[in-house]
Design a protein around this ligand. Structure first.
Ligand code: TPP
Length: 578
């Protein structure tokens, strides 16, 4: 036991505390990043941010040079998703800053913690339409959790501290710091306090016990309970608690697109993904449930289908750390504001005996076995679903999979069974083409030893393929699988189904030679056109110790099924059988 008095301890603490140093603004930034345990920055230099790049040069902090700022920010998002730490992105003012806007909006809607530092023209030039000036506070106001412009070097350490705090606490999100060039060059005392004083920002972490009791009581009464498990569980690192609660109460689980992996995809109580391209069992579980427990999901429109048909028989309970989400789209009877992990821990402790809902479970099992996800492999053309299923088997379900947006994304969500958290990286809310490949780079940097497979459409890949330069430079072993249907597949599907087969600007009459493109970046590449070559090509790709691009030609007319068509409810799914 320590024999020191409180006073002695205080003296020791004060003595141990580093004396504040005098640093430039950019020096402060790098020092603060080290204090925040930032190991890597994704970025791209330019005039207004040059003093910061000078510090990066001098200190040797790890920096990944993207070839387009959009690549840098999506890589930071992929890193954040897999590492469970904030992604840091540094870019210059004007076009550099506006190039990260899509990524910021993407991170905002998918609740990814980012700290984005944009250079800005000197304070005296702000508002004069100076060279490379863009109003990043105005532009990003609605798409950041918070944004700052640093007006003096003295306030910079506090701002950085607050930025990391806000990005990572409560509901995570992107925070932008706009850094005028003169502030980055001015000098001041660097006093990096560990404390954050934000009286107006105090997210509720511990839920109200009364509400937990109410929910536990509702679970005991319910005959047909179901859990809708969203990405909030991943952000709260609550997968273990979800598993424990589900085992305790034997409640079936359906996932949102972004929640995949928060509960084992092969568990008998897992019904699959719900929503527009969800499984029949998952959607019907929502439709027939008498109690729906939403944990960390937004009830977005791709999940709910037409609101008036959504979960017509269910009492809705919603656990969310962001109170603004509760009741936003769906009337909620049992609101629980708080962190998913804390809420689940309290529920596990509070919950009484397990109610008997054997009939309910059995009826859902029948739906699961009678209406599985399906595709027809009838000739030698490669079916995209088959391709993804094989990648799942060959990687033993252990890869980190990133996708872009479109058909290949939905097939990946359906046919790769995620058993563990943070193996699945996709752009959910914004649906950003160009996301998947750079996100794979960030994921690989977060986990250098893991197999990272970027399953990507031939169109989306063309939006950010310049980032193959990073693979070349760092010999990052990302495996790129182009699900090449020579079209904007998802657009083509909608044109076929809802626009009289008028394929307006969605079919590619010519395409680049993706193999040659990869080879131009010294990346091993192969083209797979026939089914008989598919399996061995996947094996060769996975065995190669370095980056590989596999251009896989798949059936162009294949559609994603099952499907809830626009304006329909979960009970009106189409394509549930071949
Ligand atoms: C930046 C952006 N532009 C447009 C869209 C609309 N969109 C959604 S899916 C899609 C087609 C994607 O084609 P591809 O990348 O080849 O994937 P596929 O659907 O064929 O698997 C388009 C254009 C989008 N989501 N993002």
């Amino acid at each position: 036991m320590s024999t020191k008095t409180k006073k002695q301890e205080l003296v020791v603490n004060i003595e141990n505390k580093e004396a504040p140093k005098v640093l430039s603004g950019s020096g402060m930034l790098i020092e603060a990043l080290a204090k925040e345990n930032v190991e890597v920055i994704f970025g791209y230099p330019g005039g207004a941010i040059l003093p910061t790049y000078d510090e990066i040069y001098k200190t040797g902090i790890r920096h990944i040079l993207a070839r387009h700022e959009q690549g840098a920010i999506h890589a930071a998002e992929g890193y954040a998703r897999v590492a469970g730490k904030p992604g840091v992105c540094v870019v210059t003012s004007g076009p550099g800053a506006t190039n990260v806007v899509t990524g910021i909006a993407d991170a905002m809607i998918d609740s990814l913690p980012l700290v984005v530092i944009t250079g800005q023209v000197a304070k005296s030039l702000i508002g004069t339409d100076a060279f490379q000036e863009a109003d990043m506070l105005g532009i990003t106001m609605p798409i950041t959790k918070h944004n700052f412009q640093v007006r003096s070097v003295e306030e910079f350490p506090r701002i950085i501290k607050e930025a990391f705090h806000i990005a990572t606490t409560g509901r995570p999100g992107p925070v932008l710091i706009d850094l005028p060039k003169d502030v980055s060059q001015d000098s001041g005392l660097f006093d990096y306090s560990e404390d954050v004083h934000l009286p107006g920002y105090q997210p509720t972490i511990i839920p109200n016990r009364q509400q937990i009791r109410k929910l536990a009581e509702a679970v005991t009464q319910a005959k047909k309970p179901v859990i809708l498990a969203g990405a909030g569980i991943l952000h709260a690192k609550a997968s273990e608690q979800l598993y424990e609660y589900v085992e305790q109460q034997q409640i079936p689980v359906v996932n949102t697109l972004l929640g995949l992996g928060n509960f084992p995809g092969n568990h008998e109580l897992h019904l699959g993904m719900a929503g527009m391209h969800g499984t029949y069992a998952a959607n019907m579980a929502l439709h027939e449930a008498d109690l729906l427990i939403n944990i960390g999901a937004r009830f977005d429109d791709r999940l709910t289908g037409k609101l008036e048909f959504f979960a017509p028989n269910a009492t809705i309970a919603h656990i969310d750390v962001d109170p603004a989400e509760i009741g936003k789209n769906i009337e909620t009877k049992i609101p629980v504001v708080g962190d998913a992990k804390e809420a689940l821990k309290m529920l596990i402790a509070e919950q009484g005996e397990q109610a008997d809902h054997a009939d309910w479970k059995a009826s859902l099992q029948i739906k699961k076995t009678d209406f599985p996800l399906w595709y027809k492999q009838e000739d030698e053309t490669i079916k995209p679903q088959h391709l993804i299923e094989k990648i799942y088997q060959k990687t033993k379900g252990e890869a980190i999979v990133t996708t872009d947006v479109g058909q290949h994304q939905m097939w990946s969500a359906q046919f790769y069974k995620f058993d563990k958290p943070n193996r699945w990286v996709t752009s959910g809310g914004l649906g950003t083409m160009g996301f998947g490949f750079p996100a794979a780079i960030g994921a690989q940097i977060a986990e250098p030893q893991s197999t990272v497979v970027s399953i990507i459409g031939d169109a989306g890949f063309q939006m950010t393929l310049q980032e193959m330069s990073i693979l070349q430079e760092l010999n990052l072993p990302v495996k790129i699988v182009i699900v090449n249907n020579a079209s904007l597949g998802m657009v083509r599907q909608w044109q076929q189904l809802f626009h009289g087969e008028r394929y307006s600007n969605s079919l590619f009459p010519i395409q680049p030679d993706f193999v040659k493109l990869a080879e131009a970046y010294s990346i091993k590449a192969m083209k797979v056109e026939e089914l008989k070559d598919m399996e061995s090509a996947i094996e060769e790709m996975l065995a190669h110790d370095g980056p590989v691009l596999m251009d896989c030609r798949v059936a162009q007319e294949e559609n994603v099924y099952p499907m809830i068509c626009p304006g329909k409810g979960h009970h009106e799914m189409e394509g549930i059988r071949p």
